[in-house]
Ligand binder design. Sequence first.
Ligand code: ADP
Ligand code: MG
Ligand code: ZN
Length: 491
Amino acid sequence: MSVTDDSVLVTSPTTGAVWEVVIGLEVHAELHTATKLFCACPNSFGDEPNTNVCPVCLGLPGSLPVLNRRAVELAMRLGRALGCTVNDSTFARKNYFYPDMPKDYQVSQYDEPVNTDGVLELPDGSRVGIERAHMEEDTGKNTHAGGGGRIHDADYSLIDYNRAGVPLVEIVGRPDIRSAEQAKAYVEELRGVLLATGASDAKMEEGSLRVDANVSVRPAGSTELGTRCEIKNLNSLRSLGRAIDYEARRQIDLLESGERIRQETRHWDEEGGRTRPGRSKEEAEDYRYFQEPDLVPLEPDADWLAAVDASLPALPAQRRARLAAAAGVAPGDVALHVARGLDGLALAAIEAGGDPSRVLNHVEHNLAVEGAEALDPTHLAELVRLEADGALTATQAKTVLANMVGSGRSPGDIAAERGFEAMDTGALEAAVDELIAAKPDEWAEFCGDDERKRGKLTGFFVGQVMKATKGQADGKAVTALLDARRDAARG
Ligand code: ADP
Ligand code: MG
Ligand code: ZN
């Protein structure tokens, strides 16, 4: 079975059947508040276990929740950024037993969630629907010691309630995703929106962004959804991609051998590179939801909503569209620039007259360094102008750019100080001709018919010219000149 990155359909080598993979993601993001959702305990990661707790988040009898206004505001910001409708909403108790949840219920939103019906546009232009993005409280954190790190074979379990009651937003995506690559792009994009809105710090490695992947397969062309499995514990984009590919393969193999898919949760085993069965979900779990009696309905007024809308920053998709339009490229070509937060610099440099493709190229390849965002865009524009005019070689431009970062100095100053001057054409020709005369054997081979030898000798000749000119020559210009001389020699 081959599941390739670039093809959305999967062809089985044994049967020749063509399958489509269908993915819907549920993402939990911790809201970036100072305190928890229903009490004043600090919302902070990595503190001494069980130090950020109080009667409310420990679920002690008689304690009452007080809703955190900032959490609501962040949830609404995210909702609007995802193009959702922000509704009047209610909180509900989701009842089940687990040791990390001291109340034996989780306060969540059920049939009346705050945000519904949005969409997330990915850099490649594809769109993934958002069913809902509702608020809920996080649970504590279990550590299962001994055995395989899972509860059933543990010697004992430790519980840290610092995380209990931390505000979460759960973003339920529609089953619109068709490949592992697209799933990763979706999470990256969602992360960008969470960061841009300030809703979450979205750190997968600290668990403030957690992804569950629902995966099913169906014959290509079918419009019915297949039976899905939900994969838990995906704590990196790499795991997400690997788990989806593995799971799709597993399901296709089962179906092709005449078996059926059991709806269940599965766990990703990073070392084993496979998913393992967890809870069966064939019978829907009964959480006995009912409205939380200690909280009133949440009804944000029009002024609050308007203030939220007015305070939204430009989102990644808008920033990509803007830079792409200015540079005359596709939005997908500037995804990295935006993700690194260097789109403002690139845009300003282009607006200051810098050649767009040179600007984008430098930002993408030569500015993945600290302090790059503080570069003066007019300096970047000036640098690419010097390069375009032939006053600096590509190598020299890179060196100058590296010196510009953090120094605030202009490219002209740096180039002058380093003695960078482009060679004029006459001097370059002289250097090349001198070399040709000095290496007659190599030159004869270079002029021969063996393409592979010629490829190797190009590197040799360019290197020799660089050495002779102390790096002043432009590699591309040397190659062009060598080719011209060869054409002339061959007649
Ligand atoms: P649950 O309550 O079990 O989480 P939902 O109906 O809320 O079930 O769906 C949860 C997620 O599963 C959503 O992200 C949705 O996109 C995804 N999903 C639903 N059906 C399928 C399917 N057949 N294949 C893949 N993903 C699916
Ligand atoms: Mg679910
Ligand atoms: Zn508390």
